[in-house]
Design a protein around this ligand. Structure first.
Ligand SMILES: Cc1cc2nc3c(=O)[nH]c(=O)nc-3n(C[C@H](O)[C@H](O)[C@H](O)COP(=O)(O)OP(=O)(O)OC[C@H]3O[C@@H](n4cnc5c(N)ncnc54)[C@H](O)[C@@H]3O)c2cc1C
Length: 424
């Protein structure tokens, strides 16, 4: 694939808009929502919603055209290469530079949309995603994690049972740490994609995802988390007690195959979602890292510490070396992240790149923000500035959508050609 570093004009325009929003809206309210964790940033939500509706509408149109859904024919012949994912990642990076927690409150189909796009039918895309193109702000969320199932998603205990009399799925179980869970579950006509098992004895092969509409009886938000970082974001626990949803809300096929047939379709659906969502987390990590790096670089410059353009390594001070190292990590993480998005845009497999960029960016952002606090001393530690907050906001990027260790394992398995059983 040719390497093109110049952004198309429409990507640049949207990125500039996100940067403006980051400076003029997000940075100004950043500390407030860090200190008022369970308030939602409506001044941001209301401003960004019209843009998100346009993005959702374009994504839906593209997805329907690709599938030949909505009565339209799949497009044939030479097409302009898509830039949708590269554009999205630039937007996420810029907004996370503004505030990563507030960015997570962005009204959109989010992970629910990624899951539906990965395994949903054209009818499901239309039914569940059209709402994000109109009306009041709405959110999507995805609930996989349970008290007994985190990294090992195949250990989920939540069940989905078919009631043959009503032809409804009945969900039971508990989900924890659901991002945007209360926004999607009760604030608006949002949706939550819930992972459950049809048959525990089948392990991964028994897993499926289901779309649950906000306000469905039997779905209860039981806890709002209090967190170390990204405190502006909404994170909740949800209990499903005999929660009934229509049969057609299952994503993908309900047909079960035995594990010895080596087909784990349901689980593969989750993995496909991660291929799209991991680069998004990496982009957010890069945004936070860039915020901390730029602030530190500028503060040090005020003290006369700058990076000379041409200087042999032995003439550099330790602080200058640190700054160069940080910039290098930041750029390496960003390039890997963009590559994973460009592959997605080119409709090429990107699983390994998605895990790679997630590992790299997760580690880069934690190391860079800690180093910034260290280099700035009291300025870094004081709540007068946002550096201490960026250090707290950083860590989650090495945890959700697969921890650093898990994504490293995934990369190692793929490079070395080992199965899950062979390399645990
Ligand atoms: C703020 C926040 C938001 C979240 N949002 C969502 C969401 O929207 N939806 C959702 O479903 N989940 C969400 N999560 C959950 C998140 O995805 C999980 O926390 C994550 O997958 C890790 O699972 P765990 O916490 O159970 O850790 P565990 O799986 O218990 O792991 C604990 C530690 O052991 C390590 N470890 C585990 N297995 C291995 C191994 N085989 N080799 C090496 N090391 C290993 C892990 O890397 C980790 O460091 C969120 C979590 C947080 C904190």
């Amino acid at each position: 694939m040719p390497i093109e570093f110049k952004l198309p004009e429409h990507v640049e325009n949207q990125t500039n808009l996100s940067k403006m929003l980051a400076v003029q809206v997000m940075r100004k309210i950043s500390r407030h929502y860090d200190e008022h964790e369970h308030e939602r940033p409506w001044e941001y939500i209301n401003v960004i919603w019209p843009f998100m509706q346009q993005i959702e509408a374009a994504d839906l149109k593209r997805s329907m055209r690709r599938n030949g859904g909505n009565g339209s024919k799949p497009k044939e012949g030479k097409k302009r290469p898509s830039t949708a994912n590269v554009r999205l990642l630039h937007m996420i990076e810029a907004l996370s530079w503004g505030d990563a927690g507030i960015y997570l409150d962005t009204p959109s189909s989010a992970l629910a949309g990624a899951a539906i796009n990965a395994v949903g039918t054209p009818e499901q895309k239309e039914r569940f995603l059209k709402r994000f193109t109109e009306g009041e702000p709405k959110w999507g969320a995805m609930a996989i994690t349970e008290p007994q199932a985190g990294s090992d998603t195949s250990a989920i205990q939540a069940t989905a049972t078919l009631d043959p009399e009503t032809n409804e799925w009945v969900l039971n179980g508990e989900k924890i740490f659901v991002t945007s869970g209360s926004l999607a579950g009760k604030e608006s006509p949002g949706i939550i994609v819930v992972w459950a098992t049809l048959d525990r004895s089948l392990g991964r092969a028994g897993m499926r995802s289901f779309v649950v509409e906000a306000g469905t009886p039997g779905m209860t938000i039981t806890k709002q988390e209090e967190k170390l970082g990204i405190r502006a974001s909404d994170t909740v626990s949800i209990v499903f007690e005999d929660c009934r949803i229509p049969y057609d809300n299952i994503l993908g096929s309900a047909e079960l195959v035995k594990p010895d047939e080596k087909k784990t379709k349901g689980f593969k659906g989750a993995m496909k979602t991660f291929d799209a969502s991991r680069p998004m987390v990496a982009a957010s990590a890069v945004g936070i890292a860039r915020a901390a790096f730029e602030f530190t670089r500028d503060k040090l410059a005020e003290q006369g510490i700058t990076i000379p353009e041409y200087a042999p390594h032995h003439q550099l001070s330790a602080i200058q070396c640190d700054l160069i190292q940080m910039e290098m990590e930041l750029k390496a993480a960003w390039l890997l992240t963009i590559r994973s998005a460009a592959l997605m845009d080119a409709k090429q497999p990107n699983s390994i790149e998605a895990s790679m960029c997630k590992v790299k960016a997760g580690k880069a952002v934690t190391a860079i923000t800690q180093k910034c606090v260290e280099l700035l001393g009291p300025l870094g530690y004081s709540r007068e500035f946002l550096v201490e907050k960026w250090m707290r906001d950083a860590k989650i990027n090495d945890i959700f959508e697969g921890t650093g260790q898990i994504n490293t394992l995934i990369v190692a398995r793929r490079i070395l050609g080992y199965s899950r059983r062979e390399l645990k």
